[in-house]
Design a protein around this ligand. Structure first.
Ligand code: ADP
Ligand code: MG
Length: 255
């Protein structure tokens, strides 16, 4: 067990997010250039929404940050440390996918503690304390003993998000975490996710193809198109001063 894990578990939340620096990241799949010259700096604790149409390279960028995909060119740094060659479990990242797989035979609590005990090597008591705290923060503390089949879709999604965020990673990567939910639930859940990220202090990249979601979630919004960064700015800047015709059209404001 790492000593800082139990120390962290004893406090309510509390993780210092780290700066992320992308330097000319590129990724080719054969002839397909999924990502090209992606340069961006994200501040500690900042939430950047990655916004773009399907195929614009959002998931590829997230997978590179998670260590699931290697860039063909360029560098990625977390807190100034080059992440090249570091496997996913060697990086301080949590990844929230669009499709979750909770263990159906385990309670919500055990779904979280399992990940903490074996992923983070926490003691049972520390893992349970951390798991309960995380479920409380997501408003599902009362459901700790239920199995996935005994929960609604939205509740299951909260458990899955909790499982990823319980790790208290310094970088949190979310890839369309709410697709498949109805509009009302999406809005509800995104408010909770943002509140939780703020409370944890994690630096976060939040992928979406929905412009209103990007504007609501992001401190800044990065607009991607064809693997390239069209514009990076605050929601106001993106909306009021679109840098390119693409941004103007995609975001829906006049050029
Ligand atoms: P987004 O998440 O924005 O929809 P992706 O990052 O998934 O975009 O994909 C960007 C481009 O890279 C697309 O043209 C996609 O077909 C291609 N691509 C992504 N992953 C692979 C892969 N494993 N093999 C081949 N092409 C891929
Ligand atoms: Mg995608």
């Amino acid at each position: 067990m790492r000593p800082d894990d139990d120390a962290l578990a004893a406090t309510a939340a509390g993780t210092a997010g780290v700066p992320i620096d992308m330097e000319s990241l590129g990724r080719d799949f054969g002839p397909v250039r999924a990502l090209a010259e992606m340069s961006m700096s994200v501040r500690p604790g900042e939430i950047v929404a990655l916004l773009g149409p399907s195929g614009s390279g959002k998931s590829t960028l997230l997978r590179i940050c998670a260590g699931l995909e290697a860039p063909t060119s360029g560098r990625l740094l977390f807190a100034g440390v080059d992440q090249a060659g570091l496997a996913p479990h060697q990086r301080d990242v949590a990844l929230v996918f669009q499709h979750y797989a909770l263990y159906p035979h385990l309670s919500a609590l055990d779904n979280l503690t399992l990940a903490l005990r074996y992923g983070r090597r926490m003691s049972r008591s520390a893992a349970v304390a951390r798991a309960r705290e995380t479920l409380e923060m997501l408003g599902i503390g009362a459901l700790a003993d239920r199995r996935p089949a005994q929960m609604s879709g939205g509740q299951r999604q909260r458990v899955a998000i909790g499982r990823a965020l319980a790790r208290r990673a310094r970088v949190v990567l979310l890839d369309e975490p709410m697709s498949g939910l109805d509009a009302k639930l999406r809005v509800e859940l995104r408010v909770e996710i943002v509140a939780l990220l703020r409370r944890l202090g994690s630096t976060a990249l939040f992928v979406t193809h929905d412009q209103s979601e990007a504007m609501a979630v992001g401190d800044r919004v990065a607009v991607l198109n064809g693997g390239r960064l069209e514009q990076l700015g605050t929601p106001d800047e993106i909306y009021d001063r679109p840098a390119t015709r693409f941004v103007a059209t995609f975001v829906g404001s006049p050029p």
